[in-house]
Ligand binder design. Sequence first.
Ligand SMILES: Nc1ncnc2c1ncn2[C@@H]1O[C@H](COP(=O)(O)OP(=O)(O)OP(=O)(O)O)[C@@H](O)[C@H]1O
Ligand SMILES: [Mg+2]
Length: 218
Amino acid sequence: MGITARHVGKMIGEPPTRILSDINLEINNGEFLALTGRSGSGKSTLLYLLSTLDRVSQGEVQIDGQNVGKMEPEMIHRFRNANMGFIFQFHYLLAELNTLENVLMPARKSGRQVEREHYARSLLKQFDLGDKMHRLPRQLSGGEQQRVAIARALVMEPQYLFADEPTGSLDSVNGENVMNIIRDANERLNVTVIMVTHESDFARLAKRQVHLVDGKIQ
Ligand SMILES: Nc1ncnc2c1ncn2[C@@H]1O[C@H](COP(=O)(O)OP(=O)(O)OP(=O)(O)O)[C@@H](O)[C@H]1O
Ligand SMILES: [Mg+2]
């Protein structure tokens, strides 16, 4: 069980330019994988393909043996919402929702808000945000907002966690905090983590590193 990329290629733009070629990768459930490489090497593009947020141009991505390209969009959407958490460099909290409401957004989308609320509160306490549950994003610091976004990514207890430079906008203390939270999710909850990072210190925390050069795995 896990995510498999077979001969995956990606072209973007008009005229199409090649961004990724012949990516072969097998990620087993419970793994912690870091995607590294220089700026422009294709890390984010690959993360989007592996997480079903984007479609391949060649080859296929399989999740638990199912070809994502052959799944109904509605089904992919439901699968993603229930089984995948996302942490982006910029956290995209909804400005008009408070901390707790932001964290519960994925649960609300699938009508499981009431059931998930207890867990949302416990995550926020764990992230030192227990007394800030009713603040709006603009009333939080950047590091606090990022932790809200991470709580949101974990609230459904997803099997997969995708992170694109999760520490990119944080100072070193908060960066380390976030990394500890991600590592904990992997070690204690057995969440499969796929993380893009520039920082070699953080990449070393992963159990496996995949290095991209010009859209190919090195
Ligand atoms: N929508 C797009 N149209 C055209 N080219 C694109 C598009 N998105 C990405 N690219 C190009 O694809 C290449 C890979 O981009 P990608 O965002 O995957 O790189 P990255 O490794 O994540 O870089 P960074 O570390 O800077 O975030 C880059 O050369 C980029 O310019
Ligand atoms: Mg990127």
